[in-house]
Design a binder for this molecule. Structure first.
Ligand code: FAD
Length: 368
C-alpha cells in the first residue's frame, strides 16, 4: 500500500514507526525542516509509556526521561491539598515519565530509515482507487492512503473536510519553558489559583519543565505573548515554586492559546486524521503525545489486518474516538474544577482528589 504521512510531529513519526513494524513503507513529509526542535517538556502518564513500549522504545525512553512517582496538588500558598501515588496507580500499565518534547521526537525519528521530506501538501485529489497529492515544491504523487498527522493547523483537515469546524479556544493561555531545577522539585507539583495555575515537573535530575496558565477572554488573548512578564502574573500562586519564575526571562518560552478540536469524523475516502489533527485538546490530562502514539498503534493494527481500506479506517475511528472524546470531557471537567471558588475547590481536591483522579484516568488504563 502506498501511504503518505503528512506531518512529522509525535503523531506522524509514531505512525511511521507503527506502520513500518507492520511491514508498510510509508512516505513522510513535514513542511518544517526543524519539526523536532522547540517545544518544552512532556509529561507521559503510564498509558503513554505503554504505547511507546509497544513501538519498541521503552528502554530508550527510560534512559532519556525522568521518573514521576507522585503528583501533588497544592493551593496558591503551597499547602498540599492532595497527593496521588502515580507510580502505584499506573503500576499495571507503565511508569510515568517526564521528558523534553525534542527528546521524544528524536527517539521516534531515530527509528526511521528514510529521509524526512521537507514540503507541504497543497491539494489532495481523490480518485476511485488512489489519491493524487500535489506538494508546494511542485512535485506530486499517488497514494492509496493519506494520513493527516499535521497537528491542529488546517491543511489535510481543510482539504478533506472543507465543511468541518475549526478548533475552539478553551479560555486559557499558557507559557511553557525549561529551567534548572533550583527548587529541588522531585514530583509533578501544581499550585492552583482561581484563574491561573503554575505547574512544575522534573524532566531530568537537573531540569524542570514549567507550565503556567491563565484564564483570559478570547478578545484579550492578543495582550499576551512569549515575552509577557510572568512574575507579576503568577507571584500570587507561585508559593515555594516562586524562584522558577525569575528564570523565565532567560528561558526559551513557548506561548499558546489553548484550543480543543472536536470532529464528527476522522476519515473520509482515502484520507484519515491522527493525533492533534483529529482531536487536539488542552494539556490538563497530559494526553496529547500518548493519544497520538495510541492512534498510531491502532491505525497500523487495523491497516495490517484488513484488505478493505474503508472498513479499516472505520474500525480505527470506532476504536479511538470514544477514548479521545473521554479525554476531551475530562480535560473540560478538570478545568471547571480548578475554576470553582477557592474553598469549594480546595475541599474537592482535599477530600475527593483520589476519586477524581481514578475516575479520569481509569478508562485509560485499559489496553488500546
Ligand atoms: C513545535 C511544537 C512544540 C510543542 N511543545 C509542546 C510542549 O512543550 N508540551 C506539550 O505538552 N505539547 C507540546 N506540543 C504539542 C504536542 O507535541 C502534541 O500535542 C502531541 O505530541 C501530538 O502532536 P501531533 O504530532 O499530532 O501534532 P504536532 O506536534 O503539532 O505536529 C504536526 C506536524 O505537522 C507539520 N505540518 C503542519 N502542517 C503541515 C503541512 N501542511 N504539510 C506538512 N507538514 C505539516 C508541523 O510542522 C508539525 O511538525 C508541541 C507541538 C509542536 C509542533
Amino acid at each position: 500500500m502506498r501511504i503518505l504521512i503528512v506531518g512529522a510531529g509525535i503523531a506522524g513519526l509514531a505512525t511511521h514507526r507503527a506502520l513500518s513494524l507492520r511491514g508498510f513503507k510509508p512516505t513522510i513529509v513535514d513542511r518544517n525542516p526543524g519539526a523536532g526542535e522547540g517545544g518544552a517538556g512532556l509529561f507521559l502518564p503510564g498509558n503513554s509509556v505503554r504505547a511507546l513500549e509497544q513501538l519498541g522504545l521503552l528502554d530508550a525512553l527510560l534512559k532519556h526521561s525522568h521518573p514521576i512517582a507522585r503528583q501533588r496538588i497544592c493551593d496558591e500558598n503551597g499547602r498540599l491539598l492532595h497527593e496521588i501515588d502515580t507510580a502505584e496507580f499506573w503500576s499495571a500499565v507503565g511508569p510515568c515519565r517526564g521528558t523534553r518534547r525534542s527528546t521524544l521526537w528524536q527517539l521516534l525519528r531515530d527509528g526511521i530509515d528514510t529521509d524526512l521530506i521537507t514540503t507541504s501538501v497543497e491539494t489532495i485529489d481523490e480518485r476511485d482507487d488512489h489519491c493524487r497529492v500535489r506538494f508546494d515544491d511542485g512535485k506530486s504523487g499517488e497514494y492509496d492512503l493519506v494520513i493527516g498527522a499535521d497537528g491542529v493547523g488546517f491543511s489535510v483537515r481543510r482539504l478533506t473536510f472543507p465543511d468541518c469546524r475549526g478548533p475552539d479556544y478553551v479560555g486559557n493561555v499558557c507559557w511553557r519553558f525549561i529551567v534548572h531545577n533550583i527548587c529541588g522539585v522531585a514530583d509533578w507539583t501544581v499550585m492552583l489559583g482561581r484563574d491561573r495555575s503554575l505547574l512544575c515537573k522534573p524532566i531530568s535530575p537537573s531540569e524542570l519543565y514549567v507550565y503556567a496558565d491563565l484564564s483570559v477572554p478570547k478578545h484579550e488573548v492578543s495582550r499576551y505573548s512569549a515575552t509577557t512578564r510572568l512574575r507579576p502574573l503568577f507571584d500570587g500562586v507561585a508559593g515555594p515554586l516562586q524562584p522558577v519564575l525569575r528564570l523565565a526571562g532567560s528561558a526559551d518560552v513557548h506561548f499558546a492559546a489553548l484550543v480543543r478540536l472536536r470532529l464528527d469524523r476522522w476519515h473520509r475516502g482515502r484520507v484519515v486524521l491522527v493525533g492533534d489533527a483529529a482531536h487536539a485538546g488542552p494539556p490538563s490530562m497530559a494526553q496529547g503525545a500518548g493519544m497520538a502514539v495510541e492512534d498510531a498503534l491502532v491505525l497500523a493494527d487495523e491497516l495490517a489486518g484488513r484488505d478493505d481500506l474503508t472498513a479499516a479506517l472505520a474500525r480505527f475511528e470506532a476504536r479511538r474516538k470514544p477514548r479521545a472524546d473521554w479525554v476531551h470531557r475530562q480535560n473540560a471537567s478538570r478545568d471547571r474544577a480548578r475554576r470553582l471558588p477557592r474553598v469549594v475547590r480546595n475541599a474537592l481536591f482535599r477530600f475527593g482528589g483520589a476519586m477524581l483522579y481514578r475516575h479520569s484516568y481509569a478508562p485509560l488504563t485499559d489496553p488500546v
